[in-house]
Design a protein around this ligand. Sequence first.
Ligand SMILES: [Zn+2]
Length: 351
Amino acid sequence: MNIFDGHNDILNKITNSEKPTNTRAFLSEGRGHLDLPRAIQGGMVGGFFAVYPSNPPSLPSAEDRTFLRADGYEVIMAPALEYAVAHQAALDMITLMEQIEADSSGDLEIIKDSQQLENCLEKKIFAAVLHLEGAEPIQPDLDNLPDFFELGMRSLGITWSRPNAFGHGVPFKFPSSPDTGPGLTDAGKELVKACNELGIMIDLAHLNEKGFWDVAGISSSPLVSSHTAANGLTAKARNLTDDQLKAVAESNGLAGIIFSVNDLDAEIKPKDDAPISTIIDHIIYITELIGVDHVAFGSDFDGTRIPSELGDARGFPKLVTLLDKAGFSDSDQEKICYQNWIRVLKECWTK
Ligand SMILES: [Zn+2]
C-alpha cells in the first residue's frame, strides 16, 4: 500500500544533532522513526517535512513545564520566538532539505506543483513537501513570503503551540477544548489570503479554535490539519472538535491523524505508550462523523513519542492490516493511506 504522510520533524531532529548538515541521517543512517530506506520499506511514497524553528535552548523542557491537576495537566506555553532567530533557523533547514535532495541520487524530490507530484508517484521518486511549522520566519508585512515560495515552501502552519505575529497556538492541555485564546491578528488574516493567492496549503495544526474559524471564514482552500486527532474521543486541546471536523469536510479538507501517544489516549498524565489501535480508533471516529474522504495519516515521526508497537516508519503495514480488520474497503484504505493527501494538495496548489 502506498503511504503519504502529513507530518515529520526529521529536519529539526538533524538540525539539533551533533552534525546538523548530515544528510545521511535521513538518506541512510537509520535512527529515530524515519529515514528514506525505512520509509520506503513502510510503503511511503512521500510526505510533509516540517521546517520548525525550535524553542530557545534556555526554555525549560516540556516535561519541566508540565503541571498536573486533579483531572489532567497543562504544559506552560512557550513564549513567542524572535523573527531573526526563526528566519535563520528556517533557511538552514530548507538548505538541509535541498542538500538531502541533491545527495539522494534522484531518489527524492522537493515537490513544487501537482505535475511534479504526479511524475514522482509514477516514477517512484519520494515526494517531499516543504512545510513551515509556525509562521515566525515570515515578516508580519508578508514581504518575504514570496521568497519562501521560491524556496519551495508549499505548506504553512500559521502557528506552532505558541503565540506569534499572526495568531495564537493551542497549548498542550487535557482536558480542554481548542478554544483557548483570541483569533488571528490582522497580519494573520492577510497571510491566509496571500497563501491562497500563491497556492500554499494552510495547515491548522497547533492553531487555536478562534484562529481556525477565522481561517474557515477567509480561506478559499480546503481546511487541513496535518497532525491532529479527534477532541470528541480524546479531549486534548490540540485535537479538533466535531464542529471543526464537520467544517473540514464541508471544505473538502483533511485531518491527518497524529501518532503521538500524548494526543491519542485520554489519560490524566502525559503518556509513555499507547496501543496502535488508538490511531485506528480516531480514524474510525472521524470516518463515522465526516466520511472517509477527510482522514489520513500525519505521523509526527521524530517529533513525538509514538506507540512502541508501531516502532518506526516500517510500521505502516501494521496500520493497514488494522484498517482492513476494521472493515475499511480496499478503496477506502487507499484514500486514507495516500489518495486523500494527493487530492487536497492538488486542490490547494491550484491558484
Ligand atoms: Zn507539530
